[in-house]
Structure formats: structure tokens, C-alpha cells
Design a binder for this molecule. Structure first.
Ligand code: SF4
Length: 374
């Protein structure tokens, strides 16, 4: 265990102003990846302009007061909404930084023109070389790899920077170093590494041997240390935490409150904290929304949820306090991951999930294993 239990003071309650919002321009995705959590990815339910305008009314005020404020377009596949519709949805926003999280398969020169014109920051998904990306498939079942690489080549040809997000389904030793080399060779600005999660529509198990997962993270850290040309988001965060812990400043790293990260669904429903819950309903928690921008301003929805959290949000905050009281990794993790709790345990006031073991505990211990071995 990394550290003795100590009292961490961050992550108490929910902030009323987020650092970014997520917008769902369409539920549709042109891919059908093996591990996808999205429930409505085969349906083209598009956000209306009225929803975008209602969200922008609050977002523009927040952006006016912030140094940076991001609007992240995240579907489905946001480019599946088409350039004309996406441009119309973006139009009401002012003073924001637009981002898209895309599967890259639709990117061509016309999309590059659009991305440049709207100054859009790009995050794209690829899981490594062809064999590692085999789970990303078109609706026909054909592998999407060639189309993803073609999209990346087009971006590179136009000099458009991009971040990459990789999903690793079966982490273990021997795979992290070649994966890092492959991803770094693509030339991204940053690499994010997600271990596959059992959530939403994806019911595949994410139970792994902790020693193998830890070895994966240690190897990834080693690969990055040997050739640190691209930041690896997870390794950077673990090293930052370890460095702060060495000088007794680890309590300063977590935000004081949870970033509400409002996800505005295509129909205006607002899901806080966890975009993965959008589109789901449960007998116990309803549709997980805190309100709709169609009838209530977004800032009012957030203020009410922060002041009087009810339903699953209240249960989640109880779970956070249980994490604070019992988990030695709270200062590193912050106890987030609402969707993992729900989809693994069926409720929110629990603590340890397999996601915790894979992507928090084994991550931190793996990074430290690498440091200890040097
Ligand atoms: S979510 Fe998991 S790893 Fe994070 S603090 Fe809670 S129990 Fe610990």
C-alpha cells in the first residue's frame, strides 16, 4: 500500500461552476467498437439548436470569467452530426475553446478546413497498432484501423495537432513499451491511456491479475522515461502525486470540490459528474439527469445540485466520504468514477471497484515500482 491513511481535505461536495462542459451533438456513431459503453450509438438523435443556445447562455458567462473554458463535443461520434449541423451548434458559444473527441474515421480535407476554421482541439481514439485496434470496427464488422490511420495522416498532412486516447483491454507485461512507441510515433500532443471499463452497454469483465496490470503501468512508465517525447497523462499525474507526497504536499493536489462536468445530452438533459451515465435509466435513480437546459438555466441546475444534492448525487457523495475514510489512495484518486461504481456495484455509496484496482491503485503502484527498480 502506497501510503498510510491520512486525512485528505479535497473533493468535498460539488462545485457550482465547471471547468468544461460536454455536449452530445448526436448519439450516433459510425463505428461499433467491441467495448463501447454508449447505449444509443446506432441511433441518430441530434441535438437541436435550441438546446445548444440554452447551454451557451450560461456557458458564455462562465467563459467570460475564466482564463480558459472548454466545450467538448463528444457523441456518439461528433463528426457524424455533419459539418453544417456541428457548425450551427457551435455558433451560439463565445469565448470558449472547442474540442472534439473523435474516432478519426471521417476526417478528410473538408473536415480539416472545418477544424481549422473553428479552431477545434482534437482528441482521437486509436488503441495501438492494427492488432491492438482490432476491437474498433465499422458497423459492417470490418476493422476501422485503415480509416483511423487515414484520418490521422490527413490531420498530420494539414499540420493539425491532436491528442490520442487509447483503450487497453487486457493490460499486462510486454505490451506497454511497443504501445508507447507506436503512439508516440503518431506525433500526438499527449497520450491518454484508459484501461477498458465494465460500464454502460459494455458488460465485458475488467477483472485482471493486479500484478499484470501493475507491470503494464511500470513498463509504460519506463518506456516514457527512456523516450519522454510525448506526455502520458496517467504517468504524469502519478509522478506529480508521488513528487508532492515526498515533500508532504499531497493534500494540495485534489480540487477542493468535485468538478460537476455537466454533460448536455442531445435532448437537453444534464448529467453531472459522469458522462457515461447519459442515456441510461434505472428504477432506483431514474434517468440520472439533474435537470434540462430546455426549461432551466444550466447555472441554476448546478447551483441547486450543489446546494441540495439528491438521488444518486447524494448517494455518490456518501460514497466519496467512505473513500476518504477507508482508502489509502484517496489523495491520488479523489474517489471519482461514479459510473464505475454504478455499473460494477449497482449503486453509488460503495467504494472499491475493479476500475479502482486497474486504473488507480495499480497505476500508482506500477509507476512507483518503476521508480524503485531504478
Ligand atoms: S474510488 Fe476507489 S481508489 Fe478511489 S478513493 Fe475510492 S476506493 Fe480508493
Amino acid at each position: 500500500m502506497f501510503t498510510r491513511l491520512r486525512h485528505f481535505t479535497g473533493m468535498r461536495g460539488i462545485a457550482t461552476v465547471p471547468s468544461y462542459v460536454i455536449m452530445q451533438p448526436t448519439t450516433l456513431c459510425n463505428l461499433d467498437c467491441a467495448y463501447c459503453y454508449l447505449p444509443l450509438r446506432a441511433a441518430d438523435r441530434r441535438m437541436t439548436l435550441a438546446v445548444a443556445e440554452a447551454a451557451a447562455a450560461t456557458v458564455n458567462r462562465w467563459a467570460g470569467r475564466a482564463e480558459r473554458f472548454s466545450v467538448v463535443w463528444h457523441g456518439g461520434e461528433p463528426l457524424a452530426a455533419g459539418r453544417e449541423h456541428l457548425a450551427a451548434l457551435m455558433a451560439p458559444f463565445t469565448g470558449v475553446e472547442h474540442h472534439v473527441q473523435t474516432n478519426a474515421t471521417l476526417i478528410d480535407d473538408a473536415w480539416c478546413d472545418f477544424l481549422l476554421e473553428h479552431d477545434v482541439h482534437i482528441g482521437l481514439s486509436i488503441d495501438g497498432p492494427r492488432s491492438a485496434t482490432a476491437g474498433r470496427v465499422l458497423r459492417s464488422g470490418r476493422e476501422a484501423y485503415d480509416r483511423i490511420v487515414a484520418g490521422i495522416d490527413t490531420l498530420r498532412g494539414r499540420g493539425i495537432p491532436f491528442a490520442v486516447l487509447v483503450v487497453v483491454s487486457d493490460p499486462g507485461p510486454g505490451m506497454a513499451a511497443p504501445l508507447y512507441e507506436f503512439l508516440a510515433d503518431l506525433g500526438p500532443t499527449v497520450i491518454g491511456v484508459n484501461l477498458e471499463e465494465q460500464e454502460g452497454a459494455n458488460q465485458r469483465s475488467n477483472a485482471h491479475d493486479p500484478a499484470r496490470v501493475r507491470a503494464f503501468w511500470a513498463e509504460l512508465t519506463g518506456a516514457w522515461r527512456r523516450d519522454p517525447r510525448v506526455e502520458v497523462r496517467e504517468v504524469e499525474w502519478a509522478l506529480r502525486f508521488a513528487g508532492a507526497a515526498l515533500v508532504g504536499e499531497q493534500d494540495d493536489l485534489l480540487p477542493r470540490r468535485h468538478d460537476p462536468i455537466p454533460t448536455i445530452a442531445y435532448d437537453g438533459g444534464v448529467v453531472l459528474l459522469s458522462p457515461e451515465l447519459a442515456g441510461f435509466t434505472s428504477d432506483r435513480y431514474g434517468d440520472f439527469t439533474a435537470g434540462s437546459v430546455c426549461d432551466t438555466p444550466l447555472d441554476e441546475i448546478l447551483t441547486a445540485a450543489a446546494a441540495h444534492p439528491t438521488g444518486w448525487l447524494a448517494e455518490y457523495l456518501t460514497g466519496i466520504e467512505a473513500c476518504r475514510a477507508t482508502c489509502a489512495y484517496f489523495g491520488f484518486c479523489g474517489g471519482a468514477h461514479a459510473a464505475n461504481r454504478y455499473f460494477e456495484h449497482g449503486r453509488f455509496d460503495t467504494t472499491m471497484t475493479r476500475h479502482c484496482h486497474n486504473s488507480r491503485i495499480s497505476l500508482l503502484e506500477g509507476v512507483l515500482d518503476h521508480a524503485r527498480a531504478r
